[in-house]
Write a protein that binds this ligand. Structure first.
Ligand code: 6PG
Length: 254
């Protein structure tokens, strides 16, 4: 482990606040990254059940979490999450049908959700294929209904990071980055084929356990800028610092 407590000297910007503790694990490869991620999810399921009787798990799309989803569905892990008391959400999804190749729901369903004992009502898909604006509102209400007035939103959120420092569908400079009231908003990433619905930063900053999974040499400079230099430019991935939760960054060995 490299436990970094962000001190004055490595806080270039205002975003990584002084003394904020980030637990960083540098893994040897993507297989270990996935295994460590699966272990953390298994470990955090129990405390969530004790806290609220349910485990609110929020997933990301992208390539990085694929192996983690496969592992969670494998015999080595499948029975170690109490799926019967788990509610599955997404931190974002594209506004496409659930069977579309770009759907984050489709990827998680194929690799994990269809292989573990979950009822449909426990899977909270972002239904952006019809009316994206409405989908953002409906999803926000659905997410909020599971966390009335509690300071904790999701119990665990799996996040990725793009080379540009985005996370979920919160992109640098996007108006969604300044949203402080709504739970979920519609975004139109420049040059992206699809509009997306994403949860907002306040939701991510009230998650009990945030797990970033970041792999690939091309992301190393952004990881350093966020974790070693304190995110001076305010990239979205570096602005996720759960106010009462834990922040883990699991990296592959690059
Ligand atoms: C998405 C994710 C997005 C992803 C990053 C990293 O919907 O695509 O939520 O934030 O985590 O783009 O993607 P990779 O894991 O494919 O590098």
């Amino acid at each position: 482990w490299r436990r970094i407590v962000l001190e004055e000297d490595n806080i270039g910007g205002v975003y990584m606040t002084k003394g904020y503790e980030v637990e960083i694990k540098v893994c040897d490869d993507e297989e270990e990254l996935a295994r460590e991620g699966a272990d953390l999810i298994v470990e955090r399921c129990g405390p969530a059940l004790q806290r609220r009787g349910r485990f609110l798990l929020a997933l990301s799309g992208g390539k990085t979490p694929r192996r983690l989803y496969e592992l969670l569905a494998s015999p080595a892990y499948r029975d170690r999450v109490d799926w019967k008391r788990t509610e599955v959400f997404w931190v974002d999804d594209r506004c496409v049908p659930p069977d579309h190749p770009d759907s984050n729901y489709r990827m998680a369903n194929e690799l994990l959700l269809s292989k573990v004992p979950l009822e449909e009502k426990q899977v909270h898909r972002i239904r952006g294929e019809e009316d994206p604006e409405l989908a953002a509102k409906v999803y926000g209400i659905e997410v909020s209904s599971y966390m009335p007035k509690s300071l904790i939103t999701f119990d665990l959120a799996i996040l990725g990071m793009g080379v540009d420092g985005h996370t979920a569908s919160l992109f640098p400079g996007d108006a969604a980055m300044t949203e402080t009231e709504k739970v979920a908003v519609l975004v139109e990433p420049k040059g992206d084929a699809h509009r997306r619905v994403t949860v907002t930063l306040p939701v991510l900053n009230h998650v009990a356990t945030v797990l970033f999974l970041v792999a690939g040499e091309e992301k190393a400079p952004m990881v350093r800028e966020i974790l070693d230099e304190g995110n001076p430019k305010g990239y979205p991935a570096g602005m996720v610092m759960p106010v009462k939760g834990e922040l883990f960054w699991y990296l592959d060995h690059k």
